[in-house]
Design a protein around this ligand. Structure first.
Ligand code: ADP
Ligand code: MG
Length: 274
């Protein structure tokens, strides 16, 4: 398990300007180059992409195609080499305006489960009494009950990742950014977390950008899927996913003929792009 000094990816939010409603994310002609001179590597672009509020966008592509770079640009951890990135109409500021979930949960192991979520709320200035009410509710939202007082090492990897999602959702951030959050989990746990994330996402309507290399995960979770080419990542396919997002059983969803068709189309695009 990775441990980092950053207490939480999610923090106090800058609320989007009410009028006129800007895109949740606006990426305009962005490229990103790592290194200089002969060692320069163009990781992304040019990419232009507009994410409206409430969308669950999934970025799919082969390993090394620039997915994480694109997500880091949206989070404000990287500056674009050319072009512009806007989140809620503003240049993104690291640690502000987005909840983040990574492949590893990145929790503080010496804190309790509740204590980890509490940190994000404290950082956002939520008063103590309110935090005490919100923590169990947030944990319940991601399917965790009776673990608030447990230590991080006393719960499973899947449960730890649920805590990481609860922490990212803790603050009323306009954006949720997830970088292959289920890649390290076993297949069954992964499926359960996908189902819960789909449910929580439909309930909260939070704008999300989710990175994966799994075609099935993309179709299952996304309201829109963007397939990236090999490095430098450009848009190979941009497809709305017109599947029901409300109260639908995962097995019923997967059994839909449209589900299979979307899976096939995206799978084909991913293979063609690689
Ligand atoms: P993905 O998430 O799709 O696997 P990344 O965005 O991590 O891809 O990386 C895209 C490309 O940029 C890769 O070829 C990777 O080696 C390169 N890259 C990523 N981060 C750095 C960095 N900090 N310095 C130099 N090259 C990098
Ligand atoms: Mg990556």
């Amino acid at each position: 398990m990775a441990v980092v000094a950053d207490p939480a990816g999610s923090t106090a939010s800058a609320r989007p300007a009410a009028d006129p409603a800007p895109a949740a994310v606006e990426i305009d002609e962005v490229t990103h180059v790592y290194g200089h001179g002969a060692a320069a590597v163009t990781a992304v672009g040019p990419v232009s992409l507009r994410v409206p509020p409430g969308e669950f966008l999934v970025l799919v592509g082969a390993s090394g195609c620039g997915k994480s770079t694109l997500l880091r640009l949206i989070a404000g951890f990287e500056e674009p080499s050319t072009g512009t990135v806007r989140a809620a109409g503003q240049p993104p500021r690291p640690g502000r305006g987005a909840g983040l979930v990574f492949q590893q949960p990145r929790l503080f192991p010496w804190r309790t489960v509740g204590g980890n979520v509490d940190l994000a709320l404290r950082y956002a200035g939520v008063p103590k009494e309110e935090r005490a009410v919100r923590i169990p509710r947030l944990l319940a939202d991601v399917g965790l009950h009776d673990v608030e007082r447990r230590r991080v090492w006393q719960i499973s990897g899947g449960q730890q990742q649920r805590v990481a999602i609860a922490r990212a959702l803790a603050v009323e951030n306009p954006l949720l950014l997830l970088d292959e959050p289920f890649a390290a989990l076993d297949a069954l746990t992964r499926e359960r977390l996908q189902e819960d994330l789909r449910r929580v996402s439909a309930a909260t309507g939070r704008t999300s950008v989710f990175v994966t290399h799994s075609v099935d995960e993309a179709v299952f979770l996304g309201s829109r899927v963007v397939v990236l080419t090999e490095r430098p990542g450009r848009i190979a396919l941009d497809l709305p996913i017109p599947l029901p997002r409300g109260d639908v059983k995962p097995e019923d969803l997967r059994a839909l003929p449209e589900y299979a068709a979307l899976r096939a189309e995206i799978g084909h695009a991913v293979r063609a792009a690689a």
